[in-house]
Design a binder for this molecule. Structure first.
Ligand SMILES: [Zn+2]
Length: 438
């Protein structure tokens, strides 16, 4: 006997209308007019119902680094953050650089995961930049994109070849843009704070010159380039320029780049150490402008968990990376929607339909027939970020102790709840009188 779930009186994410959405057997269905023996009804008044969020840039750390995160803990964190799908980066140990490893990730994430997991495969063997990985075979095995994320593809000639080989697969190359020599031994943004702290700096140009290069290579080859975690004003300008030229180039950015500057490093706080590093106030303004005017195609977290021991090392020695899945929606609402930079509907689109288009993932909506991958959230509910309560094994976030608005109440994947806030209660109804659900 199948169970009917009703989200009653929810606010539709796009239209703002009050709606009741019914889910049965894993899909959205028309509201039944007859009685139903097994119904659970959720009073969603005051909450917004939307397709489940999608994060194209997540590090799940498996295989090989399960002390940092596992597919289980990472997707549990995703569900808590309102995500029903994530794409995972191949910079694992070993790297996902063969069809066998792509299949391993797909198999591993099959039924156990709390979110759908789409593997991204490496561009080069071992992500070492020397030899092209078997892109076509990995695409056939189920990879949704290629990336050496964690590292750039340093050689322009190698990137050209990768784009030529990726082109027939139709999949994008996700580019971690960083000129290794310009970055040098840098550990944070080059500027006043780095100087004050006596830390070696990474100039913004280390990112932006590589963006330019890969936009030009997209034009040369016709291959698809997706610029990862953009952080500088010049990089956003390059993306804008690529769009104007009609090139097959897309780009993403992360919450910390539209909220924080390098001053967040404060006194060697490794919770503000990520790559690319936090930049200047001008870069933050450029990031927001690029999101607001549609230059940025989608939002991602770059969820990059490390063990607390690793992050507790001295600033120069600690690894780059912070977690992001469980704070992303609230940081979007608090710092993009509430100040009026984008509408709530546009913000949700940047976390749902937009990333789905870039990686060609199946569409999800609230219409009957759609798979029931949904998130219910209260956009006004205030909460304080407490990393101790994260489901992720990673605890490093620059937003610990911040009060934010927008709380996930329930996440549903394929009709099954993958996350429920403690205060969400169902009304179980044995028989629904006909018409009662409208
Ligand atoms: Zn990266």
């Amino acid at each position: 006997m199948s169970t009917l779930t009703l989200f009653q009186n929810a606010t539709h994410w796009r239209t703002g209308e009050r709606v009741t959405i019914a889910v049965e057997d894993g899909v959205v269905v028309p509201i039944p007019r007859r009685g139903h023996e097994h119904a659970r009804v959720l009073d969603a008044r005051g909450a917004v119902l939307a397709p489940g969020l999608v994060d194209l840039h997540v590090h799940l750390r498996e295989p090989g680094q399960s002390a940092k995160e596992t597919i289980d803990s990472g997707t549990r964190a995703a569900a808590a953050g309102g995500f029903t799908a994530v794409a995972c980066m191949p910079n694992t140990v070993p790297a996902v650089d063969s069809p066998a490893w792509v299949e391993w990730v797909r198999h591993r994430t099959g039924n156990a995961a709390h979110a759908r997991v789409y593997p991204i495969a490496a561009v080069t063997v071992g992500q070492k930049g020397g030899q092209l990985a078997p892109l076509m075979a990995m695409a056939r095995a189920g990879a949704v994109a290629f990336s050496d994320d964690g590292h750039p593809v340093a050689s322009a000639a190698m990137m050209r070849r990768a784009l030529e080989y990726a082109r027939p697969t139709g999949l994008p190359i996700v580019c971690h843009e960083e000129d290794p020599e310009l970055r040098g031994e840098g550990v944070m943004n080059e500027g006043f704070t780095a100087t004050r702290l006596g830390l070696r700096g990474i100039p913004g140009a280390a990112e932006s010159v590589m963006c330019r290069r890969d936009v030009d290579l997209a034009e040369l080859t016709g291959g698809r380039v997706h610029l990862a975690h953009l952080s500088t004003a010049q990089s956003f300008e390059t993306l804008r320029d690529a769009r104007r030229r009609g090139l097959p180039v897309t780009g993403e950015t992360c919450p910390h780049y539209w909220i924080l500057t390098d001053e967040a490093v404060g006194d060697y706080d490794t919770n503000a150490k990520m790559n690319p590093p936090l930049r200047t106030a001008e870069d933050v303004r450029a990031c927001i402008a690029a999101i607001a005017d549609g230059t940025v195609d989608c939002l991602v977290t770059d969820h990059a968990p490390h063990t607390p021991d690793e992050k507790n090392r001295p600033f120069s020695e600690a690894p780059f990376g912070v977690v992001g899945l469980e704070t992303a929606l609230a940081l979007t609402i608090t710092f993009l929607v509430e100040p009026g930079h984008v509408s709530l509907a546009r913000a949700i689109e940047l976390w749902t339909a937009a990333p789905r288009r870039i990686f060609d993932l199946p569409e999800v909506d609230l219409e009957p027939g759609s798979v029931a991958d949904l998130v219910l959230f209260d956009p006004r509910s205030e909460w304080t970020v407490n990393p101790k309560l994260f489901y992720s094994k990673g605890r490093a976030t620059p937003f610990a102790g911040w009060t934010v608005r927008g709380r996930v109440l329930a996440t549903m994947m394929g009709g099954r709840f993958t996350h429920l806030a403690p205060d969400v209660e169902f009304e179980h109804q044995l028989v629904l009188p006909a018409g009662a659900a409208t």
